[in-house]
Design a protein around this ligand. Sequence first.
Ligand code: AMP
Ligand code: MN
Ligand code: MN
Ligand code: MN
Length: 286
Amino acid sequence: MLDYDLHCHSTVSDGLLSPTEVVARAAERGVKFLALTDHDDVSGLAEAAAEAARHGMQLINGVEISVSWRSHTLHIVGLNIDPAFAPLADGLKVIRSGRGARAQLMAQSLARSGIGGALEGAYRFATNPDIIGRTHFARFLVESGQCKDVRSVFKNYLVKGKPGYVPHQWAELADAINWIRGSGGVAVLAHPGRYTSGRKAMGQKTLRELLREFADLGGQGIEVVSGSHTPEQYAEFARYAKEFDLLASCGSDYHGPGESYRDLGRLPDFPLECRPVWQAWEKNTM
Ligand code: AMP
Ligand code: MN
Ligand code: MN
Ligand code: MN
């Protein structure tokens, strides 16, 4: 088991627990190194670090940046970033500013399929209104009786071809990597298994093109052990890590009780031959 969980969310984005609660839960569950990686926002990190210190746990400053690449939405996790680095902070601010208009369009799309009140409904679930997103709409759709849980929402709503889906232009891949690296962090491709499955799945050829471009732009890591991956995918993405000379990362992608496949906590070991992403910063800072 690994003592690291390098991907999770708080109420600063679409998690259900506050940064303090996330850290306390991770500590109880045996995590020694935790990265809080809220979507497009770093405002939970100071609170999380204070709570981590109380538990003798190491908090790694993180973020999960929304990126558009070709026709795909990707998530790039930044680990060991400096949240005060101006280009990063400014870039995240621009991404956040697009979320409000997108939410209005999502609500209009739902209204056209007979579901009213979604904008106000979703905002009620957004502790941080700047990061209004699909998870908050999903919680509203569960509350209003359209779906039994958040997971089933994403089968019938909010995804391409379904009510509530709105295409959106997120950050450029090169920008996200540059902001992360410029701030001293490591750029990691989050949950690659999500991009190779589902209705907008990319094939192996496109995935290889993505990994080549990601590495050439300065991306250094890939999530191998992820709450979104099956054990077969751990092996698959360990092979890609080796092929593209990328470091391996691990994270639960925990969002809150009852909503995530995997709880916060210690994760299964990497397949053999993986080089853990923490090698990148152990050399320098810790
Ligand atoms: P957004 O950034 O507004 O597009 O929202 C993306 C978030 O929606 C992800 O970070 C997940 O929390 C959630 N999400 C996306 N797909 C699914 C899914 N199939 N099941 C559960 N949650 C999902
Ligand atoms: Mn999320
Ligand atoms: Mn993600
Ligand atoms: Mn995530």
